[in-house]
Design a protein. Structure first.
Ligand SMILES: NC(=O)c1ccc[n+]([C@@H]2O[C@H](COP(=O)([O-])OP(=O)(O)OC[C@H]3O[C@@H](n4cnc5c(N)ncnc54)[C@H](OP(=O)(O)O)[C@@H]3O)[C@@H](O)[C@H]2O)c1
Length: 162
């Protein structure tokens, strides 16, 4: 099973200055990400790995880059296809923009957190979710609260033909 996991703003913005747009303002989304990906293989681009600076615990970390990362607990490979082949567990492609654009056609499922806000500073975007290819199969709404600055929805898309 191959899935993408991503959080997008209202214009599909996902990042700026090699960081998340909402920084640490959505802890419940970080918790959701952790819950979904623990025990899985996470595949990420070099910029996303560099923005974290260390592997994610309790997951198989695979970085796609032509430059080896060299950190303990991180596998580096030069292509997305070889990343899929290396993965020993269910796959979550976890960004960033370039990896998402290259991987979306290979995916079975998309886990998309839709953040109910716009961030004009966004420079990196998620590709359009084509409704002829993807159908929404679940949506869970969360209002903003004292911990989470913005309202958001956890949305799951499966392929129309699945
Ligand atoms: N909102 C979210 O859910 C979310 C999630 C993750 C990241 N982000 C944000 O996304 C931004 C980073 O995205 P980005 O597009 O700049 O970078 P990225 O996709 O993380 O990394 C790009 C680099 O990864 C390698 N790469 C990516 N796809 C490849 C492919 N198909 N084949 C071979 N190599 C590939 C290349 O590295 P080399 O040049 O070293 O070969 C490329 O320069 C940051 O702002 C980050 O915070 C947001």
């Amino acid at each position: 099973m191959k899935s993408i996991i991503v959080a997008v703003d209202k214009k599909l913005g996902i990042g700026a200055d090699n960081d998340l747009l909402w920084m640490k303002d959505l802890p419940d989304d970080l918790a959701y990400f952790k819950r979904r990906t623990t025990g899985a293989s996470v595949i990420m681009g070099r910029n996303t790995y560099d923005s974290m600076g260390r592997p994610l615990p309790n997951r198989e970390n695979i970085v796609v880059s032509h430059r080896p990362v060299g950190d303990e607990g991180v596998l580096t490979t030069a292509s997305l296809q070889s990343a899929y082949e290396l993965a020993r567990y269910p796959i979550f492609v976890m960004g960033g923009g370039r990896i998402y654009a290259d991987a979306i056609d290979d995916m079975d499922r998309l886990y998309v957190t839709e953040v109910n806000a716009e961030f004009p500073q966004a420079t990196v975007f998620f590709p359009r979710i084509d409704p002829t290819v993807w159908k929404e199969v679940s949506r869970e709404h969360h209002d903003a609260d004292e911990r989470n600055k913005y309202a958001f929805d956890f949305v799951v898309y499966d392929r129309n033909d699945s």
